[in-house]
Ligand binder design. Structure first.
Ligand SMILES: *Cc1c(COP(=O)(O)O)cnc(C)c1O
Length: 457
């Protein structure tokens, strides 16, 4: 049979969109380790988790048996505003690189939040609404997650309180205003609105805040305000479940044209886009039906998988969240100040961590100047101005395509293009001015982070 000609973009029909998320944990032989209560060190019960998170999301977090979970109609309607997202054959990039490799990317930046985070934000807002809650709280660093959540909350008429790391609040006024446009209240963290915020301000006057501190404030507000719960944009297994829509759509589109990827590449911060993109393919690998190469790409300045430890650790610097067993650099690890490329979380999703431990997944780290080189090269030929986070995956995809050029192999490469970089132009500016440098943490730097890991056997 003659192969169908592959268009530049493959769009699915709305009727072809997935009606169920895929829960990869159901097919894992070695399940991820349970979340632990930081006081008792016993596995967190649904009841304990329910004090912080929405009930249905707790059920999803704990569900390791159902491979498919229905996507409620209301969420599917919202998805239709910006999904299905295109699967693009990077013909222009292939030509520029003069490679025999076939490169595809799944583009998740076609919505106002500019990233894949909306896929989980809308699900989390839906379950909060269904539970009859008044609102949700969260933290945001650079602002992508806060933006996605405020869009989702306005759709369901929920209140949205965002604690934004103070330095970002001041330096990224545009993200902040996008959130306020969607009705969220945005508080610079640390703030006077919480006990923990007041403590931190007293102890460190003039601090510009951190993600860990913002998480602690958001959790405190959720647990002390009636009708509120806390929501998180990455790291948790429920978030990977929602993000499986990325991989499912990719697989449907590829199957339609008889395309089978040899390798699948994603950037890894907390692991949600990577976990979602690879989910259905990993399912096939776990069930012994097919084989793929999976590559997680992280910054050399925050190398959780490539240089971290697989242990129980705190998810936040305030140490209020449950303990998770994951690849981690320690909750006290802070990437160097010159790191501009996103993906600065110290840990990694527990399911992905287990897969990495089991050798199902490869990881590599890349330096930020080479990431921005790849970003610029990509923008110039494919048109899309990529987010620095996404550009880690672009870097690895280009590297693999160049290897194919040397060996003559016609590998099929799929990577996740998670978002656009319009709010990251200060980082691009540094790169263009030659003011960007690479900092790779020394063993000594890492030892400081490891020292703060609790001793749990
Ligand atoms: C948040 C974000 C990431 C990293 O988060 P993961 O949970 O690892 O996917 C990657 N790309 C973009 C554009 C993001 O906004």
């Amino acid at each position: 049979m003659k192969q169908k000609e592959i268009p530049y973009k493959i769009y699915l029909e709305e009727s072809e969109m997935p009606k169920e998320w895929y829960n990869v944990r159901a097919d894992m032989k070695n399940k991820p380790a349970p979340l632990l209560n930081p006081q008792t060190l016993q596995p967190m019960t649904a009841e304990e988790l329910g004090a912080v998170f929405c009930d249905e999301l707790v059920a999803q977090e704990l569900n390791e048996t159902d491979p498919y979970i229905a996507i409620p109609e209301e969420i599917r309607s919202f998805y239709k505003m910006y999904r299905p997202s295109p699967l693009v054959r990077a013909y222009c990039l292939e030509e520029k690189l003069d490679t025999p490799a076939k490169i595809y990317y799944k583009f998740e930046g076609n919505n106002t939040s500019g990233s894949h985070k909306l896929n989980s934000a809308i699900a989390q807002a839906y379950y909060a609404k269904k539970q009859g809650l008044k609102g949700v709280t969260t933290e945001t660093g650079a602002g992508q997650w806060g933006t996605a959540l405020s869009m989702a909350c306005s759709y369901f008429d929920l209140d949205c309180k965002v604690y934004m790391v103070k330095v970002s609040y001041e330096q990224k006024p545009f993200r902040r205003e996008v959130m306020r446009t969607y009705g969220a209240s945005v508080t610079p963290s640390p703030s006077e609105t919480t006990e923990i915020g007041r403590q931190i301000l007293k102890e460190f006057p003039g601090t510009t805040g951190s993600l860990g501190c913002a998480i602690s404030e958001a959790v405190e507000t959720a647990t002390t305000t009636e009708g509120y719960r806390y929501v998180l944009g990455s790291v948790l297994n429920q978030v990977l479940l929602h993000q499986s829509v990325i991989g499912l759509e990719s697989k449907i589109a590829m199957d339609k044209y008889g395309i089978k990827p040899d390798m699948i590449i994603g950037c890894a911060g907390g692991g949600s886009n990577l976990g979602g993109l690879i989910a259905p393919f990993m399912g096939e690998k776990l069930r012994g039906e097919a084989d793929y190469e999976f590559i997680a790409v992280e910054p050399a300045s925050c190398p959780s998988l490539t240089r971290g430890r697989y242990v129980y650790d705190f998810c936040d610097t305030g140490k209020v969240c449950p303990l998770a067993k994951m690849y981690t650099l320690g909750s006290g690890f802070i990437p160097s100040a010159n790191h501009a490329g996103g993906l600065r979380y110290h840990g990694m999703n527990p399911a992905l961590s287990q897969m990495y431990e089991d050798g199902l997944l490869e990881a590599r780290s890349v330096e930020q100047t080479s990431v921005f080189e790849a970003a610029e090269q990509f923008a110039r030929v494919e048109g899309i101005l990529p987010a620095p986070e996404s550009s880690h995956a672009i870097r690895a995809a280009i590297d693999e395509a160049l290897k194919c050029k040397e060996t003559g192999e016609e590998k099929t490469i799929l990577f996740g293009l998670t978002g656009t970089g319009y709010f990251d132009m200060v980082a691009y500016e540094k790169f263009h001015n030659g003011e960007m440098s690479d900092y790779i943490p020394t063993e000594e730097d890492l030892a400081k982070g490891f020292a703060g890991i609790p001793k749990i056997v």
